[in-house]
Design a protein around this ligand. Sequence first.
Ligand SMILES: Nc1nc2c(ncn2[C@@H]2O[C@H](COP(=O)(O)OP(=O)(O)OP(=O)(O)O)[C@@H](O)[C@H]2O)c(=O)[nH]1
Length: 295
Amino acid sequence: MTIPFAKLFPALVISIFTLIGIILTAWLAQPVEEVSITRFFAQAISAVVLWVWICLLSVVRGWKKRNYERLFMLGVGLFYFSLVGGFLSELYLFDTYLTVFCRDITQAVGLALMAYGSFHCVSRNLAERAKLERMASHDDLTHILNRRAFMISAQKQFERAKTDHSPYCLVLMDVDDFKRINDQYGHKAGDETLSAFANYLKNSVRQSDIVCRWGGDEFVVLLANANEQVGEEFAKRIQAMLKVYGGDRGCQALTISIGISVYHHDDISVEDALHRADEAMFTVKHDHKNAISVN
Ligand SMILES: Nc1nc2c(ncn2[C@@H]2O[C@H](COP(=O)(O)OP(=O)(O)OP(=O)(O)O)[C@@H](O)[C@H]2O)c(=O)[nH]1
């Protein structure tokens, strides 16, 4: 990850001027007043440069949308202002009330704004990151796992099955003549059918199973700890549900072809099991569709 120079610049300015202040303080080793003046100038100059830089960024980049960053920077600015106020009060230039306002109140408000701004920046970044991760692993339309994420989870399950000698089933499903649904009822109705089907699949499996939209009108489910019988029962349930769903919407002939492969100890990776499920489905599609085949 590269951090743009613009983001580092304010921190750089603060560090450089603070460092200059510290060096001058140590080098001069003058009475308190002169030491304070040196530090005051170092801090004041850095605060001014920092503020000019923030204003420039606000104008040039239109920071209007990034309010939390602005609040954080405002907090930094106030904090610096409080330091300057502190030095001025050390020089007895301020009376008590002015000191309280310029040093203590601005420091408290500055720290509060920094805490509030940084908290929101971090939570917003975390939320955005979670959203991006979800978008990368889930299908836009149906909100179930996409092919890439499925392969990662399924491969883990495959390796677990290899060590535990526990069976699993891969159920590959393809809605029959889905093009007709789109042509007859419109693409929107087609989308709704796919979403409803995915939703039903999600609600018909256990937590340990993995449901994925393989692409288009094709779906795959990995049933963990399931033998051939469990796989077939699941497939029959899905077929029955789709028939009812189609009937309810007046498209009687909504059917599905299903290919099942059961875990085999000769499989080297999950792709082997998928390949067998695909072969099984190919047989069904080229036979009479609306059936289940196990490979
Ligand atoms: N509405 C909608 N349609 C889609 C989507 N993705 C793919 N399709 C359509 O789904 C259809 C899939 O076609 P195929 O699976 O090749 O063929 P089919 O009509 O289902 O016929 P068979 O598979 O041979 O039974 C195509 O017409 C695609 O346009 C989608 O996200 N929404």
